[in-house]
Design a protein around this ligand. Structure first.
Ligand SMILES: Nc1nc2c(ncn2[C@@H]2O[C@H](COP(=O)(O)OP(=O)(O)OP(=O)(O)O)[C@@H](O)[C@H]2O)c(=O)[nH]1
Ligand SMILES: [Zn+2]
Length: 313
């Protein structure tokens, strides 16, 4: 339990932004741009990157007294644990590449998790210089190009300057979490927008781990000196548990399916077998070549529905 604070102590609370975390302690940045390590006072003040907090000085470190209300919290959850990526996001940028081949399941899961928290997802496909693999990946992304804000083609290594401009157009003034499978070019992207990011990460990780070099899980970077554009680097795209989502909620979180779920005969239609289902009627197949819903997307829906139903009991 948090101890009751006296009026004088409450007055001494200062504002901060959590820019990195390791275990239970985090690195907090003050409005003046100073950074210090803070510890949570109790379970309730456990903060994640992107949190706005009230903290109080204690010698050279600080104590987080309060986590301000979050607009959103992007997280994944499996049967055992919940893992928070970051809070108060405007965008989740999912970076995949022509090579290595991306998993559509992983992509679909990350998009659903973003949608569930009403965070705008942006998909970027890197390595357009690898012409044939890129064409194949671009074709696989057809259903995703029609959703959300489309797919942004990138060639981070070959045309950094052009990509820099295209990315900044989308990200300026916003807070964006960058996610992607290993090898897609996440480090390349972050270093393009935040020169020296790698060195900065090492510094932060060193500070947070009392002098030991281990990787910090999630890190916030400022893209501009004015500190208006935030970029958050986080690992953990591989295992994207959606345990926190109700199976019956799933269709609403997949825009291409949601669009046709309004046409179903039954209000509680699962879109798996019901007669008069507006979704099933639109699934593309040899018999229904004009169907608006991509067959792979519908298969992913069915598989996720089964997974989420099973894990509940
Ligand atoms: N052909 C090509 N290669 C690229 C491009 N962008 C990045 N790469 C290469 O792809 C590889 C992976 O890039 P990274 O930025 O290290 O990828 P990452 O996603 O951070 O990967 P991890 O460190 O494994 O998480 C590197 O060898 C890059 O040089 C691109 O636009 N085209
Ligand atoms: Zn239906």
């Amino acid at each position: 339990m948090a101890k009751p604070r006296s009026a004088a102590a409450t007055a001494a609370l200062r504002d901060g932004l959590v820019i990195a975390s390791h275990g239970r302690h985090c690195l907090v940045e003050t409005p003046e741009g100073e950074r210090l390590i803070c510890h949570p006072r109790g379970k309730k003040s456990q903060a994640v990157v992107g949190d706005r907090v009230k903290w109080q000085a204690s010698e050279d470190e600080g104590t987080i007294e309060q986590v301000m209300e979050r607009h959103n919290l992007f997280y994944r959850q499996d049967e055992i644990r919940t893992k928070s990526f970051a809070a108060n996001l405007d965008h989740v940028l999912i970076l995949i590449a022509a090579e290595p081949e991306f998993s559509e399941h992983q992509l679909a899961r990350a998009l659903i998790a973003a949608e569930a928290q009403r965070i705008t997802p942006i998909i970027a496909l890197n390595k357009s210089d690898l012409v044939q693999p890129f064409e194949r990946a671009w074709a696989r992304l057809a259903p995703y190009r029609r959703m959300h804000h489309g797919v942004l083609p990138l060639s981070l290594k070959a045309s950094g300057e052009v990509d820099h401009a295209a990315l900044m157009k989308l990200l300026a003034g916003k807070s964006t979490l960058v996610l992607g499978p290993s090898g897609a070019g996440k480090s390349t992207l972050i270093n393009l927008l935040v020169p020296g990011a790698t060195a900065l990460t090492n510094e932060i990780s060193y500070a947070l781990n009392s002098g030991k070099h281990t990787t910090t899980s999630t890190t916030w970077y400022w893209v501009d000196a004015e500190r208006t554009t935030g970029l958050i680097d986080s690992p953990g795209f591989q295992e994207f548990g959606l345990h926190h989502i109700e199976p019956m909620q799933l269709a609403h979180l997949m825009p291409d399916i949601a669009e046709h779920a309004t046409q179903c005969k039954f209000y509680n239609c699962s879109h798996l077998h019901e007669p008069g289902c507006g979704v099933i009627a639109q699934v593309e197949s040899p018999k229904n070549p004009d169907g608006a819903i991509n067959a792979t997307r519908y298969r992913i829906y069915g598989e996720l529905f089964a997974e989420l139903s099973q894990s509940r009991y």
